[in-house]
Write a protein that binds this ligand. Structure first.
Ligand SMILES: [Zn+2]
Length: 502
């Protein structure tokens, strides 16, 4: 059953006993094995499909209904559909797995595995990942009647009866508990190397709106760059750094990971070739206590990073929603960015940011429209002469036809002026709005400069380096340009920067 009604999540901590905890862990591991099997089978079927002659023939068909239909029937022929993988999961769910995983939970696992492979098929993901021991943290049902059941503030799950910890005074919780439950999910988190368990209720309706969070009415053009976020409304504009606080933590994590690698090598010299690469074939890995300690430090840091990111994302999203909920932006070329900026993009998770922004905008009655970069080319176009000039990422200013504007703000402005029907820039509208918004955008730029020079944003936009030079004859605008160029350069060479520069 596919549900299309809006839903939101309420998470409650579980009061588990040690016996219950070990039962849950066994079930999670059974789920992991079923998931991995479905993942492998889906991947195998996709490979077979791709090697087929038909696939090569359909591939070169022109885009359209015929091509879509042909692909659909090919998927059916090679049994590469969600339904077929459900069937597969039901077939292999015999023996001991059956005792731990009910059929609904198995189907959900099959869907999850199938979707992961599908993502790879659509080139939205580079690869699929099998889950290693202890890396599988969630299981969910399909409804609140079988499998995982929440009733009377208790989670019932095939013989387990686990009370939830409920804070009655919390409005968010009482709001959630008044809604219909679609299904339940169990979540394991490792906190300071201890397992904690939670139940997530997937509820029908829209999430609790904090009355203190304002909802604005302006139309917004948004530009999310590798390290910046630019917001342009009707009367307000803002240029900020995007999740830069996370970068030092990410570095700390990588330092730990390198330590982990050194320990692994020291414990298992027989598994490495002379040139330092890992030997092929089946190996046994010895894990020292120190290595285990480092591993749990990495996991703990990871959890902190995720929590920190969530709060940074949340702040930025609330900021945007406070200006408006009708949002227009470009699709993020995530894979291309990852190639250029690597881990520094991964840690900021812009795609995750976009999807929660979309959800929150929609919950507040608005929308988030994304258009493809290749049709709009907003980072290159000038709205006066219409010329598209390819700017390298290092060039932080749009300078053309008497306009001089910080690049990200300018492209957020152009986003605002895109015709959503055609996904192209409405030049007439851009020309009409520019005189009114130009001062708003300029003000946003000067706010950035001010906060940087007053030390509130230490070295954020790289302005410090230039201030030292400001005694010389460097013109202000030139200095800012240079400063913003520094920001981007530092992001590109982020291995050399030491956290304080990005
Ligand atoms: Zn121009």
């Amino acid at each position: 059953m596919k549900t299309t009604t809006p839903s939101f999540i309420l998470e409650l901590p579980l009061k588990t006993t040690p016996v219950q905890e070990s039962t849950i862990l066994v079930r999670l591991d059974a789920g992991r094995q079923l998931y991995n099997a479905c993942l492998g089978e889906s991947r195998k079927r996709l490979d077979l499909l791709r090697q087929s002659k038909e696939f090569q023939e359909i591939r070169i068909l022109p885009k359209g209904k015929e091509k879509t239909e042909a692909f659909k029937s090919l998927n059916r022929k090679y049994e590469f559909t969600e339904y077929d993988i459900h069937h597969y999961a039901a077939g292999i769910r015999h023996g001991w797995i059956q005792d731990h995983i009910n059929i609904h939970i198995a189907q959900k696992l099959a869907t999850r595995a199938f979707k992961a492979v599908q993502k790879k098929a659509f080139r939205k993901a580079k690869n699929v990942r099998f889950k290693g021991k202890n890396q599988f943290d969630t299981l969910e049902g399909k409804n609140n009647e079988t499998g995982l059941i929440f009733r009377d503030n208790t989670l019932y799950w095939a013989g387990l009866e686990i009370p939830c910890i409920i804070d009655d005074t919390n409005e968010l919780i009482s709001y959630g508990l008044n809604h219909e439950i679609k299904y339940c999910r169990i979540v394991r988190r490792k906190i300071n190397s201890k397992n904690r368990f939670y139940v997530q209720l997937i509820l029908e309706g829209t999430p609790y709106q904090n009355p203190e969070n304002k909802i604005g009415t302006e139309e917004i053009g948004l530009d999310v760059g590798p390290s910046t976020i630019a917001i342009v409304g009707d009367t307000k504009a803002e240029l900020k750094q995007f999740c830069s606080d996370l970068v030092p933590k990410q570095k700390e994590k990588r330092k730990l990971q390198r330590k982990q690698d050194r320990q692994r090598r020291a414990n298992n010299p027989e598994n490495y070739n002379e040139n330092g690469t890992v030997k092929k074939g089946k190996k046994k890995w010895k894990k020292s206590n120190r290595y285990k300690k480092t591993s749990s430090e990495v996991a703990e840091l990871d959890r902190k990073l995720a929590a920190h990111r969530k709060s940074l994302h949340g702040n930025d999203i609330n900021n945007i929603i406070a200006i408006g909920t009708r949002i227009k932006t470009e699709i993020i070329p995530y894979i291309a960015w990852q190639k250029i900026f690597g881990k520094s993009i991964q840690v900021r998770a812009p795609s995750m940011f976009m999807s929660s922004l979309k959800r929150k905008a929609e919950n507040a009655g608005g929308y988030l429209i994304k258009f493809p970069t290749n049709t709009t080319k907003l980072s290159q176009v000038c709205h006066i002469c219409g010329n598209a000039v390819k700017k390298p990422l290092s060039q932080r200013w749009h300078i053309c036809c008497g306009i001089k504007m910080q690049r990200d703000l300018y492209s957020a402005y152009l986003c605002k002026c895109v015709d959503t029907e055609t996904s192209t820039l409405d030049i007439a509208r851009a020309k009409q709005l520019w005189p009114g918004l130009e001062p708003v955008l300029s003000e946003a730029v000067s706010r950035v400069i001010q906060s940087a020079s007053s030390g509130k944003v230490p070295a954020s936009f790289g302005l410090y380096g230039n201030q030292r030079k400001s005694g010389s004859s460097v013109k202000p605008v030139a200095a800012i340009t240079e400063a913003m160029d520094d920001v981007i350069r530092d992001n590109i060479n982020e291995d050399e920067s030491h956290g304080e520069v990005i």
